[in-house]
Design a protein around this ligand. Sequence first.
Ligand SMILES: [Zn+2]
Length: 311
Amino acid sequence: MRPTRIVLPTPFAVGPVNAYVFVDAPVTLVDPGPLYPPAQEALDAALQEIGIPRHRIERILLTHHHPDHSGYAPALAAETGAEICAHPDAITRMVQPLGNPEASEQLLRRHGVPEEVLLAMHRELARIISHIAPLTAARPVEEGERILAGGDELEAMLLPGHAPGHLAFIGPDYILGGDAVIAGLTPNPILEVDGSGRRKSLPEYIRSLMRLRALPNLPILSGHREEIEDPAPLLTRYLEQIAERRERVLSALGDRTVQAFMLSQEFFPMRRGADPFLALSEVLGHLDLLMESGLVEESEERGRILYRRRA
Ligand SMILES: [Zn+2]
């Protein structure tokens, strides 16, 4: 049986987030929301209305590590004894929410982010991280693994792009899609630094969208907003929009040799209050795509990473 959606407030620009609860045994909560008292109050009120006291939650499934979805999970698990299930890449990031701050900062400098913007990014990251309870224990879930939630058997599918270790859970006649697709929004392929360097978030995201499109066209229960009854046209539109934007980044680049941050500031000049980190993430994603197709090349000169069209 499809899980019940619970809408929770968040302190983030994205707005409310969706949690889902399976009321049959094992009582399972998908994405319990941020560590944020108004979200905890809303969750309690909704569970009460459904008739499930919170101590009966046995299992917490996480689609991805972002705090709007997962921040409250460790505290809820500690209180209820519920088991947290997440992909190993998500678990790593929840155990160490800051990752490797020196490596990230160095990389941002090499892409041209000025010091005052770095400071602002730092403050925003500290604010975001304040809505996460530290994770100590979780059960790792890999691609293809089957998990019981309520009476349903779900299959985990790894769909990175918006976040590393992002899982969807495929049910009998629905997909719990996390932030892979959202009605009326295009999820950001967020810049991520791994041990091995920067991840190619947008190319990863495109492969994830193509995997989703190859599945039967089941309704997607998303991490934000309404459910998507007919995802096939939306998936096609996403892929078209990415291709269009890739072309626009290429023409914005023109015949210059520039750092990605400069290009991102030109590309999103009108978006008032635009987050410079998200703008840079997106432009880098398109540059990755352009490099994959051999249209753009990257070089490094005196600690500056530069992009230009290939001759
Ligand atoms: Zn989200």
